[in-house]
Design a protein. Structure first.
Length: 322
C-alpha cells in the first residue's frame, strides 16, 4: 500500500458537470492534506468532456490521477474496480454526483488519525441549491461506537449508500475469507467489503451532522428497487453476516420499511409484476412483515397507505436524528 492515509476513488460515466462540481469543491481540501490523501477518477469510457476536464486539472498541477477504461464495463464493475485501486489504509468510493461540504475532508482525516476505525459513516442529505449556497460551518462532531449493532441501528439500509462510508482496506485484507467474495450484477457490490468490516470490526464512527449531499433520483441504470434493496441485499446479508442474526435483522427491518414506503406509494419496480412475492421471499422471517407490513401493502386502501407513510416518515426522522 502507498504512504497515503486515504484513497478517494470516483467512478464516473458521462457526468462532466457533476464531476466538475465535486472536484472543484474537493481538490482544495485534498491539497491541504498533501501526502495524506490520493484522488483518482475512474472514467468508464465517457463520451462527453470528462477526459478533457480531468486532463485540465492535471495540467494545472492539481493532485488528481485519471484512468479511462477502454470500454464501458458497466457501473457495478467500475465501482468494484474503484475498490481495487484503493492503495491506502482507508478507502472512500465517492459518487461523481455527490457534493462534499467544506471541512468534511478535514474532519475525515482528523478522525482517521485519532484512532483506527473499521468504518466511518458520513451522514448525508438531499442536494439542493439552497444547501450548496449555505457556506456556514456544519457541526463536525463525530460519535464513536465499540458495538457493531449500536453503530448499525441508526444506519440500517443506508449501508448500501457507497458514498457515505469510509472503510479500512488494510484491516479487510487481513481477512483470509475476503478474497474473491465480491459479486458483480447486484448494484450493491460494495456490501462485500462493508459487511465483513461491520462483522469483524471493533471501532466505528459516524458524523453527527450531514457532511455530504446526494443528488436525488439520479441513478444511471434504472435498477429495480425491490430486487436491489430486497432480494440482492438479503443475499449479501446472508453471505457476509453468518451467525450475526441480530445485526442482520437490524438492517433487514430498515430495508423492509424503506421498500414499504415505495410500494405503498405505487412506486414499486417497473419490471416486477408482483413486488409482494419478492418481499415475501426477502422478509418472510420477520414477524413485523407478516403481521403488519404485508397486510398493509396487500390491503391497498387509503388508510393503509397513510399508515405506512406515517410509520416510514417517523422512522426516517428517527434515523436523521440518531
Amino acid at each position: 500500500m502507498s504512504e497515503a492515509l486515504l484513497s478517494i476513488c470516483i467512478p464516473t460515466f458521462n457526468r462532466e458537470a457533476y464531476l466538475k462540481r465535486l472536484l472543484d469543491n474537493l481538490l482544495p481540501a485534498v491539497e491541504r492534506h498533501h501526502g495524506k490523501v490520493s484522488l483518482l477518477v475512474l472514467d468508464n469510457a465517457s463520451s462527453d468532456g470528462t477526459a478533457a476536464l480531468c486532463q485540465a486539472y492535471i495540467q494545472a498541477g492539481k493532485p488528481l490521477r485519471y484512468q479511462c477504461n477502454d470500454r464501458n464495463i458497466g457501473p457495478d464493475a467500475n465501482v468494484i474496480q474503484s475498490f481495487e485501486r484503493v492503495d491506502s489504509v482507508y478507502g472512500w468510493v465517492l459518487g461523481d454526483d455527490e457534493y462534499v461540504y467544506e471541512q468534511t475532508l478535514d474532519t475525515v482525516i482528523e478522525t482517521l488519525e485519532r484512532e483506527e476505525l473499521s468504518l466511518l459513516y458520513l451522514k448525508s442529505e438531499t442536494c439542493t441549491e439552497t444547501r450548496l449556497a449555505d457556506r456556514k460551518p456544519r457541526n463536525q462532531g463525530i460519535d464513536h461506537f465499540s458495538s457493531s449493532t449500536d453503530f448499525a441501528r441508526p444506519i440500517g439500509v443506508y449501508f448500501t449508500f457507497i458514498s457515505a462510508l469510509v472503510f479500512n482496506k488494510r484491516q479487510l485484507l487481513q481477512d483470509p475469507d475476503f478474497a474473491g467474495s465480491i459479486r458483480q450484477g447486484t448494484w450493491i457490490g460494495q456490501m462485500a467489503w462493508i459487511l465483513p468490516l461491520l462483522r469483524q470490526g471493533r471501532r466505528f464512527a459516524s458524523s453527527q451532522a450531514c457532511l455530504i449531499a446526494a443528488e436525488p433520483n439520479n441513478s444511471s441504470g434504472g435498477y429495480r428497487l425491490v430486487e436491489v434493496f430486497g432480494v440482492n441485499l438479503r443475499a449479501q446479508l446472508d453471505a457476509f453476516l453468518p451467525g450475526e442474526a441480530r445485526l442482520k435483522r437490524l438492517i433487514l427491518h430498515s430495508a423492509m420499511w424503506f421498500l414499504a414506503s415505495f410500494c405503498s406509494g405505487g412506486q414499486a419496480d417497473a419490471g416486477a409484476e408482483n413486488p409482494i412475492s419478492a418481499l415475501d421471499q426477502v422478509f418472510h422471517d420477520l414477524p413485523a412483515y407478516r403481521l403488519l407490513v404485508r397486510p398493509l401493502l396487500v390491503y391497498r386502501s387509503f388508510a393503509s397507505r397513510m399508515c405506512v407513510k406515517v410509520i416510514c416518515r417517523f422512522r426516517k426522522s428517527a434515523l436523521q436524528l440518531a
